[in-house]
Design a protein around this ligand. Structure first.
Ligand code: FES
Length: 253
């Protein structure tokens, strides 16, 4: 169910260069039941910027009625969001979209989670829910530099975690696809920039692969067509409402 609420900022932390972790509290959290969904955040009380910012849900704490998003502050909207402090109110619409289904892997099965950059955070909640189902999880997390690495320890608590960086200052030098995983995984879940998603789809062709697409959005609720992508049968899907998570063969990227 989509709802809108003024949520209270609990904390805002810089966890890597330009990467912020924002935790908010409110009853809206009770509707957040699926990893990989996103919220649409109004970053300013004025009409500038007009559009909300779509940000993936990273962690959900139902007991505390709190949830966390992790985002990169790089444009006007996200820079304004980075100024929010504990106690401030933020207008949040959500949860939106269709996320990752942990049920694609049977209890006792194996899952491979591959994230790149700011596509890593939504995999954390997914990994927790897979662990609760007794699924063995392997993470491959790719970042540009060693300084960009975040949440390494949180992922290590949940399963084998392989870090790749382009500068090689942390983990393996290279890209997420430099890691050769030969285990028989029941599903591969991936989130990150489109070139990385394409490379992952190619590397794990023939497996059950779920991709989460990143796209600029307008309404976030399926009404404006700002986020469409093509499908193999010459149709289209709306990333905000049909996705952002799709079976790899469902969409053309
Ligand atoms: Fe408006 Fe997807 S953002 S239809």
């Amino acid at each position: 169910m989509i709802r809108k609420q003024q949520m209270t900022v609990i904390s805002q932390k810089l966890i890597a260069p330009n990467i912020y972790e924002l935790t908010m509290e409110g009853t809206l959290v009770s509707s957040m039941t699926m990893p990989g969904q996103f919220v649409h955040i109004k970053v300013s009380d004025s009409y500038d910027p007009l559009l909300r910012r779509p940000i993936s849900i990273c962690q959900i704490d139902q007991e505390a009625s709190q949830f966390t998003v992790v985002y990169r502050a790089e444009g006007k909207g996200t820079m304004l969001l980075a100024e929010k402090e504990a106690g401030n109110l933020v207008d949040v619409l959500g949860p939106l979209g269709n996320g990752f289904s942990p049920d694609e892997v049977p209890p006792g099965g194996k899952a491979l989670l591959i994230g790149g950059g700011i596509g890593i955070p939504p995999l954390l909640q997914l990994s927790r829910e897979l662990n609760e189902k007794d699924v063995s999880v392997t993470h491959i997390l790719g970042l540009r530099t060693g300084a960009d690495v975040f949440y390494e320890e949180l992922f290590k608590e949940l399963g084998e975690t392989i870090i790749t960086t382009e500068d090689g200052l942390k983990g393996m030098k290279g890209f997420v696809t430099s890691v050769k995983c030969t285990d028989d995984y029941d599903a591969v879940y991936t989130c990150g920039p489109t070139p990385m998603l394409k490379a992952v789809m190619h590397q794990y062709a023939g497996k059950k692969v779920f991709i989460s697409l990143e796209e600029r959005m307008g309404c976030g609720i399926g009404a404006c067509f700002a986020c469409v992508c093509k499908t193999p049968d010459d149709g289209y899907k709306k990333i905000c409402s049909d996705g952002p998570v799709f079976r790899a063969e469902e969409v053309l990227i």
